[in-house]
Write a protein that binds this ligand. Structure first.
Ligand code: NAD
Ligand code: MG
Length: 407
C-alpha cells in the first residue's frame, strides 16, 4: 500500500468540511462494547451532545443490567447481547424504547455494519474485537478505535482495508490520540521520532524480588487510570505499552526504530512527536479517557465540553524516566514481535490474553505473564504473510500453547 495514500486518508479525508467550533452534522454511532470502561465513558461523552451525536446501535456482551439502563436512556435502534439467556427484563425495556434485540455471537456483526451508523466505536476488549472491526471497515464505517488488539493482530491487513474502503481510523487510545492530534497539519516524512508516554503502572518503583509476589489486587490498583481488568494488568506488566508500540507502528506507518517509550508517572503528557527540525509537539491534559474518546467521535471538529479544567500549579513538576526492561520485559517482546513481523504480534497477543486471564484467576504469578508470552512466541508456528484465516488459526494455536505452559 502506498504510504502517502494512507497518510493522506488518515489526515485529510473527511475534511471536506473545515474545522468549526462545534460538530457540524449529526453523527450516528454504533458502539461495540458499550458496557465496558470505554463504552460507558463514550456514552458519557455522547450524553453531552444531544442532537449532535446519536447512538443507533449498542453491543453489551453479557452485561444485561447495564444494557437495560443504556437502552432506556439512549433508545438505540438495535442492541446486541452475546447469550440468549436471562433476557426477560431487557425484552421489557426494549418494548418501550422500540429497540430491536439481536442475540448470539455471529449476530454481533450487525451492530458493526448497521446501515444507519456513520461511525463505529470499537471498544470490545481483546481479539474478540477484530472481526467486528474488520466488518465495520468493509461496510465503509469510520472507526473510532479503542480496541488496540485489532491493529496488533492484523495491522497490515486492517490499514490496507481501511485505505481501500476510504475509511478513517481515528485512535481512541490516549497516546495515539495525542500523536494524531500533534500530527494535524504536519508531514509524516518530517517526523524524527514518536515518543509514547507510559505511566509505569502500579509497580513502577517495585523491585524485581517483590514483583514476583504481587497480588491481583495490587496489580489492578492503577495509579492514574480506571480501566477494564485486562488493560489494567497489561499496564502493570507494561505489555500495554508494548501493544501500543505495535499499534503506533501500524497507525502512523512509522518504523520501530523511530518509536520510543518514556515513563511519565503523572500521565499528563499523553505522548509526543519530535520533528526533524528538533521541534517537539506534545498533547497534554488530565488523565480522562473521555477527552480522546470525544476527539475521535467529533473528529475532524472539536467541541466544547464541561470536563474538569487542568491546573498547572497542581502539576507543577512533571517527571520522565527510562523504562526498566529487566522488570518489564514485555516491552522488549513487543519490539521483537515487530522485528519478526508476520503473525508474531498475533501470537504474543493471544498468549498475553491467556496469561492475563490466568493471573486474574490466580493460576500463575505476575512475572510469569511475560515469560508465557515469550515462550509462546518461540514455539508457535510462524507465518510470513498471514491472511485473516491464518491469523484466526494462529490465535487458536497460540492460546493452546499458552494454556499448556500454564498447566
Ligand atoms: P472492558 O473490559 O471494560 O470492556 C470490554 C467490553 O467488551 C465490555 O462491553 C464487554 O462486555 C465487551 N466484551 C468482552 N468480551 C467480549 C466478547 N467476547 N464479545 C463481545 N463483547 C465482549 O474493557 P475496556 O477497558 O473498556 O477496554 C476496551 C478496549 O479499549 C481494549 O482493547 C483496551 O485495550 C482499549 N483501551 C481501553 C482504555 C481504557 O481506559 N479502558 C484505554 C485505552 C484503550
Ligand atoms: Mg493507552
Amino acid at each position: 500500500m502506498d504510504r502517502q495514500l494512507i497518510l493522506r486518508y488518515l489526515l485529510n479525508s473527511n475534511r471536506s468540511h473545515t474545522s468549526h467550533q462545534n460538530i457540524t452534522d449529526m453523527k450516528h454511532i454504533s458502539i461495540l462494547g458499550s458496557t465496558g470502561s470505554i463504552g460507558t465513558q463514550a456514552l458519557d461523552v455522547i450524553r453531552q451532545f444531544p442532537g449532535k451525536l446519536k447512538v443507533v446501535a449498542l453491543s453489551g456482551h453479557t452485561n444485561i443490567n447495564l444494557l437495560i439502563e443504556q437502552v432506556r436512556e439512549f433508545k438505540p435502534e438495535i442492541v446486541h447481547v452475546s447469550e440468549d439467556k436471562n433476557l426477560e427484563d431487557l425484552k421489557n425495556a426494549i418494548k418501550t424504547s422500540g429497540t430491536k434485540l439481536i442475540t448470539g455471537k455471529e449476530e454481533l456483526i450487525n451492530i458493526a455494519t448497521y446501515p444507519k451508523s456513520d461511525m463505529v466505536l470499537s471498544a470490545i476488549v481483546g481479539f474478540a474485537g477484530l472481526i467486528p472491526t474488520i466488518e465495520a471497515i468493509k461496510a465503509g464505517k469510520d472507526i473510532a478505535l479503542a480496541n488496540k488488539e485489532t491493529l496488533v493482530v492484523a495491522g497490515d491487513l486492517v490499514m490496507d482495508l481501511a485505505a481501500k474502503h476510504n475509511v478513517n481510523i481515528i485512535p481512541v487510545d490516549s497516546e495515539h490520540s495525542a500523536i494524531f492530534q500533534c500530527m494535524q497539519g504536519e508531514d509524516y516524512d518530517m517526523v524524527r521520532r514518536i515518543i509514547l508516554t507510559a505511566s509505569g503502572g502500579p509497580f513502577r518503583t517495585t523491585d524485581l524480588k517483590k514483583l514476583q509476589k504481587v497480588s491481583v489486587k495490587d496489580a489492578l490498583n492503577h495509579p492514574n487510570w480506571s480501566m477494564g481488568n485486562k488493560i489494567t494488568i497489561d499496564s502493570a506488566t507494561m505489555m500495554n505499552k508494548g501493544l501500543e508500540v505495535i499499534e503506533a507502528y501500524h497507525l502512523f506507518k512509522i518504523p520501530p526504530f523511530k518509536i520510543e517509550v518514556i515513563v511519565h508517572p503523572e500521565s499528563i503528557v499523553h505522548s509526543l512527536v519530535e520533528f526533524k527540525d528538533r521541534s517537539i509537539k506534545a498533547q497534554l491534559g488530565l488523565p480522562d479517557m473521555r477527552v480522546p474518546i470525544q476527539y475521535a467521535l467529533t473528529y475532524p471538529d472539536r467541541a466544547k465540553n464541561t470536563f474538569e479544567e487542568f491546573s498547572f500549579t497542581k502539576y507543577a513538576a512533571l517527571h520522565f524516566e527510562q523504562p526498566d526492561i529487566k522488570r518489564f520485559p514485555a516491552l522488549d517482546i513487543a519490539f521483537e514481535a515487530i522485528r519478526r513481523g508476520g503473525n508474531t504480534p498475533c501470537i504474543i497477543n493471544a498468549a498475553n490474553e491467556i496469561a492475563v486471564n490466568a493471573f486474574l484467576k490466580e493460576k500463575i504469578r505476575f512475572m510469569q505473564i511475560p515469560k508465557i508470552v515469550e515462550e509462546t512466541m518461540e514455539s508457535a508456528t510462524p507465518c510470513v504473510n498471514p491472511s485473516i484465516n491464518d491469523l484466526l488459526e494462529t490465535d487458536i494455536e497460540s492460546r493452546k500453547i499458552a494454556e499448556e505452559l500454564i498447566k
